[in-house]
Structures are given as C-alpha cells and as structure tokens.
Design a protein around this ligand. Structure first.
Ligand code: ATP
Ligand code: MG
Length: 214
C-alpha cells in the first residue's frame, strides 16, 4: 500500500450560493482533523437543471466559491465535478481523486442532512472505501440521532465516519436565496465578495418555485 502523506478534506455541494455554514464547516474539519487542505467541489448541474429561475448558473456558482475562499490559503477550488454533461457521482469523483493522488487520504465532509440521505446515494460503500466520512450537525438534530445514523451507516457500508465538534448553524442556501428575493439583508451570512458578486449580476432576485425544481 502507498504511504499517505497528505490529508485533504472534500467539500461537495451546489453552493447556490456558498455561505458561511460551508466555510465554517470546512475550517472546522481542517482544524479538528489536522488536514493539509480543504478542496471545494461545486457540483455540475445536469442540463435540465441549468438556468433555472431564481438560481445561479454553473459559472456563477464557481465564481462565488472562488471569491469566498480566496482569502484562505488552505482552501482550494476543484472543478472536477463540473463537466459538460453536468452531474457526476460522488463515488466516481472520489475514486478518481484517489487514483490521481495516491499519496493523499481524503476526508469527505458532509452535514447531517446529507448523512440521513446517504443510503440513497449511488454506491455508498464505494464512497466509504475511497474516503473517510466527516459529519457535522445540522437542523438541530439530536446527538443521539446523529450517533445512531453514523452507527447504521458504518455497519451497512463499512468505512469510517468521524463526527466534528461543531456548532449548529441554522443557515442554508435555500433560505439565503429567499432572503435575497425578498430584498432582505444577507450581510454576515455570505462573505462580502460573494454579496457584491450577487448584486452585480442580480442573481436570486426572482423567487424560485416552491418545490425548488422549476
Ligand atoms: P440548499 O439549501 O440549496 O440545499 P445548502 O445550504 O444545503 O443548500 P449545499 O450546497 O446543499 O448547501 O450543501 C453542501 C454540503 O454542506 C452538504 O453536505 C450540507 O449538508 C453541508 N451544509 C450546508 N450548510 C450547512 C450548515 N449550515 N451546517 C452544516 N452543514 C451544512
Ligand atoms: Mg442542501
């Protein structure tokens, strides 16, 4: 087996837009797991989900991530999940990363909501084989319920699930999109460069449809 000399955290998401919940999550994982770097991987949208009303384009989401992380020397942007056909599966991305970086162990960082959906993702056991899973609390989930979900997923899919010691941050991109459409202030929820970019390009000024699909 190759010797792993580097530890990299992976933050996947739609980042529509990237908010301080994502940034604090990445920074907490960096600190608590002594990571060398955290890579942000904006997910490509499948063609039928591009240019939806009230949402940012793929290019705009990427640009917002770039601006949000620019001031952090151990955060990086990776475009590995952005491609012409849109969507990529997490297990494929992680397996590709593993192959391309044999010296690196990967830590896939998720919020509790993603952990609760995890069994519905494509090939969860291959995700677990390619990376350690790192989970942060969200939506005021109880410690018991989180521990139980971690135990179930460990049993079912193998692999290692680590829990971060992080505050519950009641903040979501969906909520922020709504606030912007209602012309409410999002200062301190987003970084200033992201707020300026959204204003400049008038993103999220239209309300998205209730189910968020459009
Ligand atoms: P949306 O409301 O559009 O679903 P979101 O705020 O959930 O957006 P995503 O891009 O879907 O953001 O999330 C990417 C990852 O970051 C997911 O694993 C999600 O669980 C995690 N995450 C996002 N916001 C938080 C938060 N406030 N606390 C903990 N984890 C979070
Ligand atoms: Mg989400």
């Amino acid at each position: 087996m190759e010797r792993k000399t580097r530890k990299v955290g992976i933050m996947g998401g739609t980042f529509d837009p990237i908010h301080i919940g994502h940034l604090i999550l990445g920074e907490t994982a960096y600190e608590q797991l002594s990571l060398d770097e955290v890579w942000f991987l904006p997910a490509g949208n499948p063609p039928h989900k591009q240019n939806r009303k009230g949402r940012a384009s793929d290019e705009q989401r990427v640009e917002m991530v770039r601006r949000a992380i620019a001031s952090n020397p151990h955060f990086r942007l990776s475009l590995i999940e952005m491609n012409a056909d849109g969507y990529t599966y997490t297990y494929r991305t992680l397996e590709r990363l593993q192959k391309e970086h044999p010296d690196t162990s990967f830590f896939f960082i998720i919020g509790a909501d993603s952990l609760f959906d995890f069994h519905e993702w494509k090939n969860p056991s291959r995700i677990c084989a390619a990376a350690n899973l790192v989970v942060a609390t969200r939506n005021q989930v109880s410690a018991n319920r989180l521990d139980q979900a971690i135990e179930e997923n460990t049993k079912r899919f193998g692999g290692t699930f680590l829990k971060l010691d992080s505050p519950n941050l009641d903040i979501s991109s969906r909520n922020i999109r709504e606030m912007i459409a209602e012309k409410r202030s999002v200062k301190y929820y987003l970084t200033d460069p992201v707020i300026d970019f959204i204003a400049e390009h008038q993103i999220y000024k239209d309300k998205e449809q209730e189910d968020g699909t459009v």
